[in-house]
Design a protein around this ligand. Structure first.
Ligand code: G3P
Length: 218
């Protein structure tokens, strides 16, 4: 499974990229609204930091406007992937962008296997089911990931599943076990993944014992 970072914060992106484990970034209007400065400059800066796809969301509501907007976003950098919200207008835009114009799309706000089937058939490079938001309403977010991955594989559809709206590390390893190709993570979840209290305790013990070794050696 590849890890993307789900943020528009350049410091978080620089830090996570320095760990050597980040393969892409996803943004959305909410994440962009948390940051200061010009949208275009922000996205261009992110695209320079990351050696991989950077999803940038289109906010138009009609297919023809989405296509025009997507063309503009795709000119920001060669690694821009345009995020298109699920829906009939979105499907029309995705099929034109992917098939006719060669602009890669990430279909976002996906909450069912049928939506994923439609997005895949439209040619979406990526499909983003929102695990956490499904859990939030008392449904089974991880169950959706499992079923979606299974169905897309069985149907030999090539879209990659990005497990999105990840709330905690358990979502990450369960998405990996389900076969999702990518998980997009808030920086805080990435940090949690690297930590374990027994690791901290183990390091402290080794350091304390090493001090004893130094003393014994005089
Ligand atoms: O980027 C899309 C998704 O990851 C949003 O997550 O936490 O707003 O449900 P969240």
């Amino acid at each position: 499974m590849k890890f993307f970072l789900d943020t528009a914060n350049i410091q978080e992106i620089r830090e996570a990229v320095s760990w050597g484990i980040i393969s892409g970034v996803t943004t959305n209007p909410t994440l962009v609204a948390r940051e200061e400065g010009s949208f275009e400059e922000m996205i261009k800066a992110i695209c320079q930091e990351v050696d991989g796809p950077v999803s940038v969301e289109a906010v138009s509501t009609r297919a023809e406007d989405m296509v025009v907007e997507a063309r503009r976003l795709a000119r920001f950098a060669s690694n821009v992937v345009v995020k298109i919200p699920m829906g009939v207008e979105g499907l029309k835009a995705v099929s034109q962008l992917e098939v006719t114009e060669g602009i890669h799309c990430n279909v976002t706000l996906v909450f069912s296997v049928n939506q994923a089937l439609l997005a895949a058939r439209a040619g979406a490079s990526y499909i983003s089911p929102f695990v956490g938001r499904i859990d939030d309403i008392g449904w089974d977010g991880m169950g959706l990931i499992r079923e979606m991955v299974t169905v897309l594989e069985r149907q030999k559809l090539a879209s990659q599943v990005i497990a999105a709206s990840i709330r905690h590390p358990r979502h990450v390893h369960e998405s990996a076990a389900a076969g999702a190709q990518i998980a997009t993570l808030p920086f805080s979840v990435l940090q949690q993944m690297a930590e374990h209290p027994l690791t901290d305790r183990g390091i402290q013990r080794f350091l304390a014992d090493w001090e004893k070794v130094q003393k014994n050696m005089g």
